[in-house]
Each structure stands twice: as C-alpha cells, then as structure tokens.
Design a protein around this ligand. Sequence first.
Ligand code: NAD
Length: 458
Amino acid sequence: MEERIAGVIEQQRAFFKGNQTKDLSFRRAQLSLLKQVLKDNEEAMYEAIYQDFGKSAFETYMSELALVYHEINSLLKNMGKWSRKRRVPTGLANFPASSYILPEPLGVTLVIGAWNYPFQLSLIPAITALGAGNTVILKPSELPTRSSAILAKLINDHFPPEYFFVMEGGVPETQALLAQRFDKVFFTGSTSVGKIVYQAVAKHLTPVTLELGGKSPTFVLADADLKMTAKRLVWAKFLNAGQTCIAPDYVLVDQAIELEFLQVLKAELELFQERTQNYQEHYSRIINHKNFDRIHRLIHPEKLFFGGETNREERFISPTILQGVSFDDPVMEEEIFGPVLPVLTYNKLDEAIAWVKERPKPLSCYIYSTHRKSIKKILCEVSFGGGAVNDSLMHISNSNLPFGGVGMSGFGRYHGKAGFEEFSHFKSILDKPLWFEAPLKYLPYSPLKKKLIKWLLE
Ligand code: NAD
C-alpha cells in the first residue's frame, strides 16, 4: 500500500511540474468532464446513498449533488477572474515600479472526506483544488461503503491517476497517506482526528485546512416567530437524521416561552411525519450500529418529550426532542450527530451567551428572534464558524459565504472564491523597470538622505 501511494504521489508531482494544470482551458475541460460524468451517473449515485443511508434521491440531489454542480458552475464561471494577476499600489519608495500578486496552485493535494455527506464533502474540496490548478488524491470515508466505491469508480475510470485519483480506505490508508509529503491537506471530520491530521502534516510543514465539528447552539428568544422557527429548525435538525456537521445540536430557549415553543415544535414534527405518510421511506438511517447505540444511549427516558422510537436492526431513530436538559447531561457532552434535539432553558440572554462562550467555539450558531438588538448582541459576543439568523443550515448553500470553523471547530475556509484561495499561493511581485534608480539607499549616507528616506518610508 505504501509503495502504491508513493507511486501515485510521484506521478502527480511529475504531472504538476509539467505545468498543464496551470492552463485554464485544461482546468475548464476537466471540470466540465467531471460534471458530465456525475450527470451521467446520477441514478447510480442515488442508489449508493440509498444503500448506505436509506436516503431519498430528492434529498441526495438537494444536499449533495446540487451543491457539487453549483460549485463546479461557480468555478467554471469565475476561475479565470480568480486566477488573474491582482495589481496593488506600489508607493513612492519603489518608484518607478508596479506591484502585483500572482495566484498559483500549491501542487499535489490530499483531500480526506467525512462520511455524512459522502459526495459533497469529498468532491467540493477536490474540485476546488483542481479549479485552482492542483492535482488531487481524494480519500473518502470508508463508512458509507457503496458511496465510497462509486466515487472511486467514477473518478478513476475517467481521470488519469497523475491528475485526480481516489484512494479508498480507512485509518491505515489515511495514516499511510499522511506519512507522505503533500503541498496541501484538506481534512473534514471530527475534532479528535483533526488533531492527528494536524500533527502528521506538521512534520512536512504542509498547510492544512481542518473542517471539524462541535456542538452548534440555537438561540430561540422570547420574541421569535415560533411557527417559522419550528418549521426551519425541524427541517434542519432532522435532515439526514441529524447527521450534519452544521445541524443545530441543541436549543437554548427563553424560559418564558419554553412550553409554547415545545408545543409548536411538536405540532411541526407531527406535520413532518404526517405530510409523508410513509415518512420513514424519506428519512435517513443512522450510518452504522456503533453510532446507533451511541445516539440511543443519549435518549434519557425521563427527559423524553417527543419521539424516541427506535429500531436497531434498521438503524432507525425517529425525530426526538428532549426537555428539561442541563449542561451536565450526557447528551450535552459531545456533538450528538443524530436526530435528538435537547432543549435547555435560560432566564437571561446574558447567561445563555455565557454558557456558549464557556465551551469550545462551535462550527455554527443559529439565532431565532425578531429583535435586531438581541441578534446583534449574540453575533457580536459569540464566536462561531458561520450561521444564520432566523434560519438554520442554509448558509451552506450560498457559495459567496466562506465556510469553515474557528477554534476547535477547525480553521481555513472554502466554497466559492474562499476555497479557490485556500488551494492557492499568492506570489507577491515587485516589478521594476531599468531606466531609473534613485540614489537614496546607497552609500554615502547623509542627514539629507535620511530625511528623505524617512519621508518616503514612514
Ligand atoms: P472522522 O474524523 O471519524 O473521519 C474522517 C476521516 O478521517 C475519514 O476519512 C476517516 O477514514 C479518517 N480517519 C478516522 N480515524 C482516523 C485516524 N485515527 N487517523 C487517520 N485518519 C482517520 O469523522 P467522521 O465520523 O467521518 O465525521 C463526523 C465528524 O466530522 C463530526 O464531528 C462532524 O461534525 C464532522 N464534520 C465536519 C464537517 C465540516 O464541514 N466542518 C462536515 C462533516 C462532518
């Protein structure tokens, strides 16, 4: 395995040195090819996700393929502009000269994907790296076996390994990859594995992007529009059965409206289940039994307000709400990553803000309120990767909003221009003509020269 990995990296390094990946028309052709390959194989991709998650084709399109196509289209449209030389002012000290910044690809990159959205979490960083002119080795998560296999087949059948290669595998394969030197590593996954990746790349001083997780809070203030809050919150929390890195992990609701909020939430969930009589067909399963058991243990019967139906054989957990939860409960220890929503109450907004600030900075935060001053207060005081006001999750669908974490939820960002820049180096150039050279910086020094230099440089 080590030899095979080293071989592909060597091939990619040689290919990158040939400069073909820097050619815009080559990059455009490759991204267009990838889009066509995905379009031609959508049915097989839907089937793979259905086999892995029991998830509907509609949801797979909406939460996976649509985002990938959107990103490819955005790159095709903008990468010419983003690759261009960027002129900047020069200043008098270097007169006469011009100054500019040249974006350039980093080289051979490694993208490591997570399992919960096997296509978009692997493909979006990969296509962004290709769009910026790099070569890519992609290591998807091993847990959704069918999705990982189809991704490997589609890419490896249509792209040469020296340019874009999918290497399937789990921990040993990832560690073997990480032992090698890359020019950039992009990792999506848990905070604990993120630390392992960070240590591994440090040996080679490889720049890294870490897209990690965490417990993302949702504030529901007393002045919130409760019906709309419940509608948007329920959709966001239970999409993919809660296995979403930016899912609302828990709710902090003003004590004054707790009961009313819970009733509206319950009504919305009943509607969610009624609307599609066979909603179980449209509702994702938990990825494996290990995660099923972990989530199942978090459903404390005494705190159960709604749901809690489970079927271990089918890895099914119905949308579940817990009431009267405190930060000492096991459900508040780690990211839930499943369809369980604990509701905690607060007396004063300041105390709720303080609770969130005591904990690691989350990947997302959501605020439901109609009071601009309170919204502004939370946005100003709480640090988190990204989020939404009066909505949840949907910020990910706007590629003009850089996506990434802060603190323990990771660093670096992608989507749109931010992603292109994440996979680029910006070479700063001062470009001087030969027809003039000011004598100031040369010997002999004099008080007059010092005065002039001071005026020019300060
Ligand atoms: P994970 O950390 O277990 O696995 C991620 C990848 O790392 C996989 O490809 C896996 O093969 C590899 N890996 C696992 N253990 C390893 C080890 N010891 N050494 C080297 N490589 C190893 O994460 P996951 O379970 O796939 O995903 C769930 C987590 O990812 C959650 O915390 C979630 O919040 C987070 N996540 C974050 C984002 C984001 O965009 N920030 C997106 C999705 C998921």
